[in-house]
Ligand binder design. Structure first.
Ligand code: SF4
Ligand code: SF4
Length: 443
């Protein structure tokens, strides 16, 4: 089974969701989903409204991108993302906040779900909805399994198992009904398969809020399941195992075992796209960290395209004793290479880590204790992957299934020899996936 039990550290759990303002300029990335970058449909000098289409999908696996603000397009040019890689961005100088007329900005809950399945899928596609649990896979593609595959269960992921992160938790407390309507919409698209909203046992208030919303709205065949607390319980494969007791074979997809997994925030985005005509231009992220005072812990509703430096400034600046700033959680997040990078649809956190937490002892020799293998939720042998990655043996890495690594960091967390296992396994996995992809293209 694997997994680890890191400290929860959910310090921002009591911070209600606050609406973050926007700076004078935003920079909207064209590469904020899995798949091909989106293609801009606006030009320098255009005036755009909030919610207006900025870019159309650049391929089958791609997504629309909409303007998060109203204003004038100042440039369409490459710019550094948070990892320091260049990506095309649309720069918009903000003028007021004029929304597209078709968007319903009222807070009134719309419970009745449209009848036409194809029309729903089109709205999800037109709304640029992508998976907000980390993968940012286009939702309309995931909700449309290929011929021969059938969804037998829709799992809504409310586990939020990464330490520190609290945005999904706050959404379940503050918007449970919208999430349930979003789940019911996806259930309808998947031909009325059963739906399970899966939440870890350490969130009793969220469990109660979601159970009440499920009971009040009374859509058929939706239930809340309470899961054991364990990292990475929110991984797709781990959730499917916990809820359906089915295991995805190596190289397989959730739908191969009849599962479709969507995140809490994705369900909310689906609700907004289908019921309110509101495209995905905002999300909720957590600003938190070690020893950060309560008044600097936030859950912000942010618009895409806002520089992280702006968020940090609005949240009160970088706290003392910060040694590292990470985008995302401590287990799977990545250190910022560039704080002028801007938020994307999948941004989940600005995390301040202290010197104590980031201090690593010198790497020692592997003592063959096997703890990394015990902790690996994918049944891999991280000590072996580490050795093969150091040797650059891609054939043996593939034989050892490095491509199945979900980059959860459990091996790194468990290793008493302080071996930077994930730092070596991650690039090795990318290399092997590249080899597999080019082999498949040649076939
Ligand atoms: S090898 Fe990959 S999947 Fe296994 S524990 Fe390490 S990071 Fe997680
Ligand atoms: S946990 Fe570290 S020391 Fe133990 S077997 Fe794995 S790599 Fe070696």
């Amino acid at each position: 089974m694997g997994g680890v039990h890191p400290d929860d550290s959910k310090f921002a759990r009591e911070s209600r969701i606050e609406v973050l303002g926007v700076p004078q300029k935003v920079f909207v990335s064209m590469s904020q989903h899995l798949g091909a970058p989106a293609k801009p449909v606006v030009a320098v000098g255009d005036f755009v409204k909030t919610g207006q289409l900025l870019a159309e999908p650049g391929g089958f696996i791609s997504a629309c991108i909409h303007s998060p603000v109203s204003g004038t397009v100042k440039s369409v040019a490459p710019r550094k993302d948070l990892a320091g890689n260049m990506a095309m961005h649309v720069e918009i100088e903000v003028l007021g906040d004029l929304w597209e007329d078709s968007i319903d900005l009222s807070t009134k809950l719309i419970k009745d779900i449209p009848e036409d399945r194809e029309a729903i899928l089109q709205k999800i596609k037109d709304g640029g909805v992508v998976g907000l649990g980390g993968a940012t896979f286009p939702t309309h593609v995931k909700l449309n399994p290929p011929p021969g595959k059938t969804a037998e269960c829709l799992i809504i992921n409310g586990a939020e198992c990464e330490p520190f992160l609290t945005s999904d938790y706050r959404m379940m407390l503050e918007h449970p009904q919208e999430i349930v309507v979003g789940a019911a919409i996806m259930q309808k698209v998947l031909h009325a398969c059963p739906c399970v909203i899966a939440i870890e046992e350490n969130k009793p208030e969220a469990i109660a809020a979601m159970q009440k919303a499920v009971a009040d709205l009374a859509y058929p065949d939706i239930r809340v399941a309470v899961l054991r607390k364990r990292y990475p319980q929110g991984g797709e494969k781990q959730l499917i195992d916990a809820v359906m007791h089915r295991q995805i074979p190596s190289g397989g997809l959730p739908v191969d075992v009849g599962a479709v997994v969507q995140n809490i925030m994705t369900a909310f985005a689906v609700y907004e796209a289908v019921q309110k005509n509101k495209p995905l231009i905002s999300n909720v992220l957590t600003v938190t960290g070690d020893g950060v005072p309560a008044n600097m812990q936030h859950n912000y509703l942010f618009r895409i395209g806002v520089p992280f430096s702006y968020i940090i400034e609005q949240a009160g600046g970088v706290p003392e004793n910060t040694a590292k700033i990470v985008s995302g959680g401590p287990m799977m997040g990545k250190a910022f290479a560039n704080l002028e990078a801007t938020t994307v649809k999948g941004s989940s956190a600005v995390l301040y880590l202290s010197a104590e937490r980031t201090r690593r002892k010198a790497e020692g020799p592997c003592i063959r204790c096997g703890r990394c293998a015990d902790a690996c939720p994918m049944g891999l042998e991280p000590f072996l992957l580490n050795r093969l990655a150091k040797a650059g043996d891609t054939q043996e890495l593939e034989n050892a299934a490095v491509q199945d690594c979900i980059e959860c960091g459990c091996c790194l967390y468990s290793c008493p020899a302080q071996i930077p296992l994930l730092d070596r396994i991650r690039p090795a996995k990318a290399q092997v996936l590249g080899i597999i992809k080019s082999r498949n293209v040649k076939k």
